[in-house]
Design a protein around this ligand. Structure first.
Ligand code: BGC
Length: 805
């Protein structure tokens, strides 16, 4: 690894699919895995291209029962570029002797490069450099370039340039029993001599996808004399370009590609658009330069400097690049949510979960227009969420745990346990807390941006409908004189039901109930913020009565939160579960993160034990500052003593297997103020989790968006201690020894800020360009108002060291 480069110096078949995911290139509209363009789909190589919203549903007959699944479809492979020498078999990594090999990903511009020197079976030595990008300027554009030098031979070379529509979804071994065919062929065609194009259609959702490719060859900078030969079938089109190469001389091949779908705006249909656009594209170098300049602009807003921690520095930037590859300004022009596993694999079938909660904080304070657009993904699915609530006997809007094309519940009902090979029921749809996350996301977006128009036109309606849902799923227990919620799950997916219970669901998940108390208190504030006419209109249209507002107020004071042994109980009855023999399992298994699978494979029910997959009750300390949480608890009439956080975090930390890498982010966050050294350890685990594939095989199926973005948020929120309250941007820097020299840009309510911590001093500079006042920033009790172009400094108190273990 280098400053801005992830590099692999040897080809290792067993790691290739992981590297493909990590070196994928995208622009927030589409993304393509870093697969070598000359390789077909196999157990080693997996070409994959995915676009936001490219979903399709298929039926699988499973044990006689039809199962309906929605997948983010692996789109036609635009990469295909193969080299044939003297008419022989195309070069692959496994049919030549590799003399040199280097596969790199340049973080600055998400540029993928492979440099090879190989000897073929006839003893010919050839040098090949391949570079590729997916344009951050023109969302439909991608480019691939080869530079070829025959070292000890001259002769005839052929390049096969193809568009392959025969793709299936099959990278996730667990899903292979399910239907993976999603594309039907439509038609190939050419546009003039140089351009081949292919149109396909998703089988059920009727999305048309078209790619077009223009391939050119240059000798020493001049267009080469090339014979072109065309082969086309309905699902595949290729052009073979034949030309002479000379020993020691450079030949360049460039393949410029366009990709359109029928979801796009401003087109007549995708094939025509793809063909027209690609014909106009400039050459590779010009397109690449424009692409790099767009990334430079993004880095100006999103870079994070952490000079004292080189590895963390590199990985933070790597995560910035990946987050922007999936969520960019291009994303904002489409109907897109945040797929939990990005756009470079098929895990979780491209579905949208609650992980947005970890993604938006970074975007809110840099590129809030992207969060705004992603929140609209939810708004557009409000009708479906209302219908889901109604069908389940509730009011308001009930968003699904897993969301895809139209916002219906996409969570599967059975799931394969790879350890036991058995299909097991999946109750995870009972994670209704996703609705609390959506509410929270809208509110935090509003706090960071002051975008009252968004609240007025969309946000308030979403929030009111969610508050209403919670009020209807909750019931009043007169014995306790408290509101309770039964039949749901918290974020910890190991607990779906009580041991031995016939019905899934738990009573009074503390995380959910506390979020609901907060929602019930916040929803009326949202109404107060709206212009009176809009407030009246919305209340009338949604029929929000005074009585309903009264109920919300009552819930904000009387939701039930279970406790035991001085800590928050994850759910009612948690205290009665059995303790797990952690020492035994740690000794017996090399990795116990997925304790659920281990226990089930042993014939035991994880529901019986005090074992959590991830932060659950502990989430509360992550999402709210201590003052905020104290006021929620005190309003509820519960004691919030100064040690509750420490006790609760410690209790669950000892009982959590961190089977979701999100859990490392959460624990790193909540421990920042309590145990800085331990917090840093977990931060590093989270930073390393994808690049080192800590879960042993999950990252090749797609990067973890929540974790990547979560680490960026950790630095700003938990370490620099950024929060927004009452229109003031506050900082509470911690871990100063690690953080010394940290610097980044933020956008707060329209104004760009440069924030830095150096020598126990925090500096905030307000850019003059685009300044929007009043701008108030604070540390502790000290709040200062900044004008355009002015800065301020805050002295920071000494801190416990984070360098300790
Ligand atoms: C986690 C969920 C998360 C999902 C998608 C699961 O393993 O338990 O909290 O939403 O992955 O990332």
């Amino acid at each position: 690894m280098y400053d801005f480069t992830i590099a692999y110096d040897r080809f290792e078949p067993a790691s290739e699919q992981l590297r493909e995911a990590l070196t994928s290139t995208g622009n927030g509209y589409f993304s393509t895995r870093g697969t070598a363009e000359w390789e077909d789909m196999s157990d080693v190589h997996y070409p994959g291209t995915y676009a936001h919203g490219g979903f399709n549903r298929e039926t699988t007959i499973f044990g006689g029962i039809p199962i309906w699944n929605e997948d983010l479809v692996n789109l036609p492979n635009w990469l295909v570029l193969k080299l044939r020498i003297e008419g022989e078999e195309a070069i692959r990594l496994d049919n030549v002797e590799l003399l040199d090999y280097r596969h790199t990903y340049d973080i600055r511009s998400a540029l993928v490069q492979r440099e090879l020197r190989f000897r073929d079976h006839a003893g010919r030595v050839t040098r090949l450099r391949s570079r590729r990008f997916v344009s951050m300027v023109h969302s439909h554009q991608a480019g691939l370039e080869w530079t070829l030098i025959p070292e000890n031979w001259s002769g005839r070379a052929e390049v096969v340039s193809a568009l392959d529509g025969r793709m299936t979804n099959r990278i996730v071994a667990r899903y292979r029993g399910l239907e993976g065919r999603h594309l039907d062929p439509v038609s190939p065609r050419t546009f003039g001599d140089e351009v081949i194009a292919l149109k396909v259609q998703t089988r059920q959702s009727d999305i048309y996808i078209a790619d077009a490719a223009r391939t050119r060859v240059f000798h020493d900078g001049e267009p080469a004399d090339v014979d072109r030969d065309l082969y086309q079938k309905e699902d595949y089109i290729q052009q073979v370009l034949a030309f002479d190469v000379e020993q020691g001389h450079q030949t360049r091949v460039e393949k410029m590609v366009s990709l359109f779908t029928s979801h796009d705006n401003a087109i007549t249909e995708p094939l025509t658009a793809a063909g027209r656009h690609v014909q106009r594209y400039p050459d590779f170098a010009t397109a690449l330069a424009a692409h790099e300049s767009a990334w430079a602009e993004l880095w100006d807003v999103c870079d994070v400097q952490l000079p004292r921690e080189p590895r963390a520095q590199l990985l933070l930037r790597f995560h910035v690049a990946h987050v922007l590859q999936v969520c960019s300004r291009h994303t904002a022009r489409h109907d897109a949510g945040v797929p939990a596993r990005g756009l470079n694999g098929e895990a979780y079938r491209g579905h949208v979960f609650w992980d947005e909660l970890y993604v938006y904080p970074f975007l809110n304070l840099r590129l809030p227009e992207i969060t705004r657009a992603l929140l609209l993904y939810r708004y557009r699915r409000l009708t479906e969420a209302r219908a889901a609530a109604c069908e389940a006997g509730y009011r308001g809007a009930m968003f699904p745990w897993q969301s895809g094309s139209d916002g219906t519940e996409e969570t599967q009902t059975i799931h394969l346990n790879p350890l036991s090979g058995r299909w097991e029921p999946d109750e995870s749809r009972n994670q209704r807390h996703v609705n609390a996350a959506i509410f929270y996301n809208v509110w935090r977006y509003y706090q960071a941006t002051d975008d009252l128009e968004f609240l007025r036109d969309y946000g308030a309606e979403l929030m009111l409908e969610i508050a209403r849902f919670w009020a209807s799923i909750a019931h009043y227990n007169p014995d306790r004189q408290r509101y309770e919620i039964h039949g749901v799950m918290g974020p910890d997916e190991f607990h779906e039901r009580y041991p031995g219970a016939r019905q899934p669901g738990l009573r009074n998940n503390a995380y959910t109930n506390t979020m609901v108390a907060w929602i019930a208190a916040t929803a009326p504030q949202v109404l107060d913020l709206l212009p009176p006419s809009r407030c009246a209109a919305l209340r009338a249209r949604l029929d929000v009565t005074d009585e309903e507002l009264h109920t919300w107020d009552d819930m904000s004071r009387r939701m039930y939160i279970p406790f035991h042994d001085g800590v928050i109980s994850q759910f009612e009855g948690y205290a009665d579960l059995e303790e797990l023999d952690w020492d035994h399992y740690r000794a017996a298994y090399p990795n116990i993160q997925r304790m659920d699978r281990i226990l089930r494979a042993e014939g035991k029910d994880p529901n019986r034990y005090k074992v959590s997959k991830q932060a659950d009750a502990v989430m509360l300390f992550f999402l709210f500052g201590h003052d905020e949480l104290r006021s929620i608890f005190e309003r509820l009439g519960y004691r919030y003593d100064s040690d509750l956080a420490r006790r609760t975090i410690d209790y669950y930390d000892r009982r959590t297997s961190h089977g979701s890498t999100l859990s490392f982010v959460t624990y790193a966050g909540v421990l920042a103020g309590l145990d800085p050294a331990s917090s840093w350890d977990r931060f590093m685990v989270a930073l390393n989790s994808d690049i080192c594939d800590v879960q042993g095989g999950t990252t090749k199926e797609g990067i973890h968006m929540g974790v990547m973005s979560g680490t960026l948020d950790l630095l700003q929120r938990s370490y620099v201690g950024t929060s927004v309250a009452d229109g003031v941007l506050r900082f509470e820097p911690r871990l100063l020894d690690r953080l010394d020299g940290v610097a980044f840009t933020m956008r707060f309510r329209g104004t760009s800020l440069r924030v830095g911590v150096k020598d126990d001093e925090l500096t905030v500079l307000a850019e003059a360009e685009g300044f929007r006042g009043p701008l108030r920033v604070g540390v502790g009790d000290e709040v200062r108002e900044l004008g355009p172009g002015s800065d301020c400094r805050f002295a920071l108190a000494a801190q416990p060291s984070a360098v300790g273990r």
